[in-house]
Write a protein that binds this ligand. Structure first.
Ligand code: ADP
Ligand code: MG
Length: 206
């Protein structure tokens, strides 16, 4: 059996409202126009707008399987039923919520010749690296870092500002809880308990 040509890992990152989901949807739609077979996933904690689609804040959508954000669950869905053999392009939205083993899984998929497109936040509202995203950026073929528009001054925004005092760890897309901010107007939301929980566990990369 010949080894397939390697695929690619593409990361789409930036703060909330920067157009990550929009860009992921655009790339997946173009892949389908090129008659490539697409599998799209989103974590089951992101249930805004649609249960069976990824959606942008501007209401663009793409069908998606909603799964628990663990690499085991993703592996099971792709390999368990042989879906992997009928898939050319794998897209994941909100990849920051996946565990660290998504990193070796992404590398495994790329060695199987797949195009892996991952969209997610690079930093938390406390301005810390978010889950596996920074490691994935380091290992990717291509990184697209988008900016949003600062809601205070209108300049390009690279930060996600958490508004209000919610103590919940993950409040996805809740209206009015987050907004995009530039460096000047960003005030990191500091909470020791939250920061600890968002630390990335050690992972072996082969
Ligand atoms: P992300 O996935 O990065 O959170 P989306 O793709 O869901 O972003 O949404 C991007 C869209 O959000 C933009 O096209 C625009 O219509 C809207 N939007 C709302 N607030 C902002 C903002 N502060 N900066 C840029 N776009 C915004
Ligand atoms: Mg999004």
């Amino acid at each position: 059996m010949t080894t397939p040509a390697p695929g690619r890992i593409e990361i789409i990152t930036g703060p909330m409202f920067s157009g990550k989901s929009e860009e992921l949807i655009r790339r997946l739609k173009r892949a389908r126009i090129a008659r490539q077979r697409v599998a799209c996933y989103k974590p089951d904690i992101d249930l805004r707008y649609h249960r069976t689609a990824i959606a942008s804040h501007s209401s663009h959508t793409h069908d998606a399987s909603t799964i628990a954000p663990t690499s085991d669950r993703l592996r099971e869905d792709l390999f368990g039923s042989g879906r992997i053999h009928e898939t050319d392009v794998i897209g994941i939205d909100e990849v920051q919520f996946f565990d660290a083993d998504i990193i070796p899984l992404a590398l495994e998929l790329v060695h199987l010749g797949k195009r892996v497109i991952l969209a997610g936040l690079d930093t938390t509202f406390a301005n810390e690296p978010f889950g596996p995203v920074p490691n994935l950026m380091a290992l990717a073929d291509e990184v697209t870092k988008l900016s949003a528009v600062c809601m205070v001054c209108g300049q390009p925004a690279i930060h996600t500002q958490r508004l209000g005092q919610s103590q919940e760890l993950v409040v996805v897309g809740a209206a009015g809880l987050y907004e995009a901010r530039c460096r000047t107007h960003f005030e990191p939301y500091v909470d020791e308990h939250l920061s600890e929980q968002l630390e990335l566990p050690a992972v072996e990369i082969h």
